[in-house]
Design a protein around this ligand. Structure first.
Ligand code: GLY
Length: 264
């Protein structure tokens, strides 16, 4: 089993009424809380379908984007690292996650320097390396600090670049198995996946790039049939989850969970 695709646990956080104030690059309308809650329930049910335990944290109304728990931490087999989100309104979310991870991990580290910023959405963990995309939310100091944390755990970190105007590195890519990455053409063109097999997201379906491989399933946003068919044709079992409301806030499948296997 690969530690980058197979997990016994996930942590999610319920969407809060304040989700209507969530950050977004372009305003395409206010997210509908009831519909987001319904999609979120489908997402959790699908994670559980694989046999995983899902810890469902209560909503945090003080943090409109707190449903996107992935940005608060990086979970590796050896330990967890609490991030320092680059969005000022999200900085406090990381501390709220720390005690929940401490219940599962013996080794919890923190990105601490005042000038370090890094969000989990910019981090793609594969079997052989940790790719971190420099972005508007993740800076050189944050990447340097994370490098020092994960190196003693045996992980090689490679800095890459999130495409301009794209929120996070994983907005544009996902790991499907230890050698295979789903990627938009604009990101793959940077050459960052030369050592991997790349399944291209269909042109015009760029919002389908953020999927998760979770045990035997690939969870992807509904509404992208050409990309769905390409993933299925490559031999993966796909589950489509409604994502219309999270998409209004630039969120997707990976953003909604922390996925891990506890190491006491
Ligand atoms: N709305 C998600 C984010 O900007 O972090």
């Amino acid at each position: 089993m690969s530690f980058s695709t197979h997990f016994t646990h996930a942590i999610t956080r319920r969407p809060a009424p304040s989700i209507t104030a969530g950050l977004r690059a372009i305003d395409t309308g206010s997210p509908d809380l009831a519909l987001m809650q319904s999609h979120h329930a489908d997402y959790i049910a699908t994670l559980k379908e694989t046999g995983a335990t899902v810890i469902e944290l209560p909503a945090l109304d003080a943090y409109p984007d707190s449903v996107f728990v992935e940005d608060t931490a990086l979970c590796l087999p050896q330990g967890a690292v609490i991030m320092r989100p680059g969005a000022p309104s999200r900085l406090g979310e990381a501390a709220k996650m720390a005690p929940h991870l401490a219940a599962f991990y013996g080794d919890i580290r923190r990105i601490e320097a005042q000038d370090s910023f890094i969000e989990g959405g910019d981090i793609l963990v594969t079997e052989r390396e940790v790719l971190v995309g420099r972005s508007a939310r993740t800076n050189a100091a944050g990447i340097a600090e994370l490098t020092l944390v994960v190196a003693p755990w045996g992980h090689t970190l490679r800095e890459v670049h999130t495409p301009p105007g794209v929120l996070h590195f994983k907005t544009d890519c996902s790991l499907l198995d230890i050698d295979t990455i789903l990627s938009t053409s604009r990101l793959a063109a940077s050459g960052c996946f030369e050592d991997y097999r790349v399944i291209p997201v269909a042109e015009g379906e760029e919002a389908a790039a953020n999927t998760i491989r979770f045990n035997e399933l690939v969870l992807m946003p509904a509404g992208f049939p050409r990309t769905r068919d390409a993933i299925t044709a490559a031999g993966f079992t796909v589950r489509e989850i409604g994502n219309s409301e999270c998409a209004k806030l630039d969120g997707g499948m990976s953003c909604l969970s922390l996925r891990f296997t506890p190491r006491p």
